[in-house]
Design a protein around this ligand. Structure first.
Ligand SMILES: Nc1ncnc2c1ncn2[C@@H]1O[C@H](COP(=O)(O)OP(=O)(O)OP(=O)(O)O)[C@@H](O)[C@H]1O
Length: 125
C-alpha cells in the first residue's frame, strides 16, 4: 500500500476539516435547534468553569448532542433529496434521527443537573 508524504496528508486533512467546518456553519445558519444547543453548551461550560465543577462530563454531553444534531441535519437533507414527497420510510428515518437528538439532550440535561446542581445550590445558598 502506497502512503502519502506527511505534507500531502496534512493538506488532505486540512481540506477535509474545511468541509467539516462548512457543514457545522451550515447547520448553525439553518437549524434553530443547533444554535440553541450551541449556546446552552456555552452556558453550561461557563457555569462549570465559574463553579469549579468537573468539565469533562459537560464537554462530552455537549459534544454528543451537537454531533447528533449535525447527523440529524445531514440525514434530513438526504431524506429530502431522496424523498421530497411523503413516504413512511422518510418519516421513520427523520423521526428516528430526531429521537436520537432527544435522547442525547435529555441525558445531557440530567448530566448538567447532576454536575452543576450541587455547586450551584451551594453558591446560591
Ligand atoms: N418526506 C417525508 N415523508 C414523511 N414524513 C415526513 C417527510 N418529511 C418530514 N416528515 C415528517 O415531518 C417531521 C418534521 O420534518 P422536517 O423535515 O420539517 O424536520 P424539522 O422539523 O425541520 O426538524 P428539525 O427541527 O430537526 O430541523 C419529521 O420528523 C417527519 O415526521
Amino acid at each position: 500500500m502506497r502512503s502519502d508524504g506527511p505534507a500531502l496528508s496534512l493538506r488532505r486533512w486540512v481540506r477535509s476539516a474545511g468541509f467539516a467546518w462548512s457543514g457545522i456553519a451550515h447547520a448553525y445558519r439553518t437549524q434553530a435547534n443547533f444554535r440553541i444547543e450551541v449556546w446552552l453548551g456555552v452556558l453550561a461550560v461557563t457555569l462549570a468553569l465559574l463553579l469549579h465543577a468537573p468539565l469533562a462530563p459537560i464537554l462530552l454531553s455537549c459534544a454528543l448532542v451537537l454531533s447528533l444534531e449535525l447527523v440529524n441535519t445531514a440525514l434530513e437533507a438526504v431524506v429530502d433529496l431522496a424523498s421530497p414527497g411523503f413516504h413512511p420510510l422518510a418519516k421513520a428515518a427523520k423521526d428516528g434521527a430526531a429521537g436520537a437528538v432527544l435522547v442525547a439532550s435529555l441525558g445531557a440535561l440530567l448530566v448538567g443537573l447532576a454536575v452543576l446542581g450541587p455547586p450551584l445550590l451551594r453558591f446560591l445558598g
